[in-house]
Ligand binder design. Structure first.
Ligand code: C2E
Ligand code: MG
Ligand code: MG
Ligand code: MG
Length: 289
């Protein structure tokens, strides 16, 4: 009876729906003020090459701490931004800030690594994308080879000719290109050859059960083999445990990004992490040995 009663209460009350609806309008309003109020920050998550114990790159992940609403996850606010021209302003801020931070690390003596920046559909499609990227590199003094632009498969497939043109222009600048969330969208394998892609990022959805589910395991194995034959590097996203790491390593996918090694963190924390990365990476390796 108790269970039944709470079920009825839950369906009458539906607090979640109500909260979400309210939050949406609030989010809209507060987002418009967030840049000026300096509420955005970037967290950085390392990408580790397991075979060499080196950090090969870092992904820049946007964070929003609204003084009014608290921390809002990107899954909640990025889609809202995407619907407004504000995305381009925020995206430009992330791009420049990420480039500046990467250049700073190098100036402080850290070895050069690539900074991955996510690009939304709107941002990738803007007419002056190439100018903006070029400008950000020039203003921050970051070498183009130390920047990787991530676009999801679905964004890349939206307008194939434009995508090819933009990717080629980015490549001409010297920037690397990654396809994000690979395997989750609609993609024609043919375009893996047409687009000048450097990296495929296998979506976390496939990695989650990679060691336990033979289906996911086979899909991941196939993606890795495909990428290898096309000479595209692979990064596995969302690696959380040692079983996943060993599966990937067996398939010769060496570069992984995930909580197993590190959560996204502030620049100052990342610098500390880089300082002791060998220990972290070795500790992970010995856990499975
Ligand atoms: P994404 O680009 O695929 O980024 C990877 C997401 O997986 C990040 O979520 C990261 O924190 C999370 N992650 C990494 N390792 C693990 C793990 O081991 N376990 C789990 N459970 N999660 C892991 P986050 O930071 O919440 O970002 C979500 C998405 O929001 C990103 O997915 C990206 O599509 C978008 N996003 C984030 N920052 C930006 C940005 O500056 N611009 C644009 N356009 N989109 C962004
Ligand atoms: Mg990404
Ligand atoms: Mg992804
Ligand atoms: Mg994603």
């Amino acid at each position: 009876y108790a269970g039944r009663k709470s079920e009825i209460q839950a369906s009458l009350y539906e607090p979640e729906m109500n909260e979400r609806y309210l939050a949406q309008a609030e989010i809209d309003k507060e987002l418009r003020l967030a840049l000026d109020r300096d509420e955005f920050s970037i967290h950085f998550q390392p990408q580790v090459d397991y075979s060499t114990s080196e950090v090969v790159g870092v992904e820049a992940l946007l964070r929003w701490d609204s003084y009014k609403l608290g921390r809002i996850s990107p899954a909640q606010f990025i889609p809202v931004l995407e619907r407004s021209p504000l995305m381009n302003k925020v995206g430009a801020w992330v791009l420049e800030e990420a480039c500046r931070t990467n250049r700073q690390w190098q100036d402080e003596g850290h070895p050069a690594i690539s900074m991955s920046v996510n690009m939304s559909a709107r941002q990738f499609q803007q007419a002056d994308l190439i100018e903006n990227v070029k400008g950000a590199l020039e203003r921050t003094g970051l070498d183009a080879s130390c920047l990787t632009v991530e676009v999801t498969e679905s964004v890349a497939m939206e307008n194939i000719e434009k995508t090819e043109e933009k990717m080629k222009a980015l490549k001409a600048l010297g920037v690397n290109i990654a396809i994000d969330d690979f395997g989750t969208g609609y993609s024609s394998l043919k375009y893996l050859k047409v687009f000048p892609i450097d990296i495929l990022k296998i979506d976390r959805e496939f990695i989650k059960d990679v060691a336990a589910s033979s289906n996911d395991g086979e899909i991941v194995t196939a993606i890795i083999a495909l990428a290898r034959s096309l000479k595209i590097r692979v990064v596995a996203e969302g690696v959380e445990d040692i079983e996943q790491l060993y599966f990937l390593n067996q398939q010769q996918c060496a570069v992984v990004q995930g909580y197993l090694y590190a959560k996204p963190m502030l620049s100052s924390e990342l610098k500390q992490w880089l300082g002791r990365r060998k220990d972290v990476i070795q500790a992970v390796a010995s856990r499975g040995a």
